[in-house]
Design a protein around this ligand. Structure first.
Ligand code: SF4
Length: 247
């Protein structure tokens, strides 16, 4: 095992510099360290100006996603030991504007997410006195997988369509729409369908599948999108071919 490892980290301060540059740091190699531990070592001991996001250190907050050797990963879940020996390249996730160093701007995603109403939509709330909206374990299982999304943005960074067509609403927003569509308490399916059946919604996806390959919580956004396409097709057939299905 080596005593040290070199991290090549992309640095960029858009308001002061014309473009990104690489900076090399030598950090101790510890088999139990993740890439995030190495970044924290740099921050604490070598260069306090390096900027990046992290919070929970246990794969839950979704804030430490970066490109490591070109792959979108959670840096808190990527062992140094698992990476090829030699230098390790760390960059901000692809496809987002950089705010500073490894920190990117999430505004585009947050605006897109709002469009799919990622909350329980009710036409009429039942009185509080009537108690909770109860669900069976089977009803919970219908959407639980999609509820595991931690908004880490790895899927956007891996998606070639998002890179080519920035208007594409993207994998996580669609998976989160499904999270509410399949919740027995929700009544917002049609409103979300109206948004996602547009060109920048589900139909922009060509089913490359990289979003699901990189997802750290097995949400499987690619499958969520294909399931949505099936629902949209049935919706269209009902509303155009079957006279009683017209809205
Ligand atoms: S779907 Fe997976 S990869 Fe995409 S933001 Fe959610 S957790 Fe991250």
């Amino acid at each position: 095992m080596p005593d040290t490892v070199t991290l090549e980290v992309q640095r960029y301060r858009p308001e002061e510099e014309t473009g990104p540059a690489w900076q090399r740091y030598e950090v101790p190699f510890r088999p139990e360290w993740m890439v995030l531990d190495a970044l924290n070592y740099i921050k604490d001991h070598l260069d306090g100006t390096l900027s990046y996001r992290w919070a929970c250190r246990m794969g839950v907050c979704g804030s430490c996603g970066m490109l490591v050797n070109g792959e979108p990963v959670l840096t808190c879940a990527t062992y140094l030991e698992e990476l090829p020996h030699g230098s390790i390249r760390v960059e901000p996730l692809r496809g987002f504007p950089v705010i500073r160093d490894l920190i990117f701007d999430l505004t585009d995603f947050l605006n897109k997410l709002k469009r799919v109403s990622p909350w329980l939509v009710r036409k009429k709330e039942q009185p509080v006195a009537d108690g909770e909206y109860r669900q069976t374990p089977d009803q919970l299982a219908e959407y639980k997988q999609y509820s595991m999304c931690i908004n880490c943005m790895l899927c956007y960074s891996a998606c070639p369509i998002y890179e080519l067509e920035p208007e594409f609403i993207g994998p996580a927003a669609i998976a989160l729409a499904q999270r509410y569509n399949h919740d027995s308490r929700d009544e917002g399916v049609q409103a979300r369908m109206d948004v996602l059946s547009q060109h920048d919604g589900i139909w922009a996806c060509t089913f490359v599948g990289e979003c699901s390959a990189v997802c750290p919580t097995n949400v499987d956004p690619a499958a969520a999108i294909q399931r949505y396409k099936l629902s949209a097709t049935l919706d269209w057939v009902k509303s155009t071919v079957l006279p009683w299905g017209k809205r």
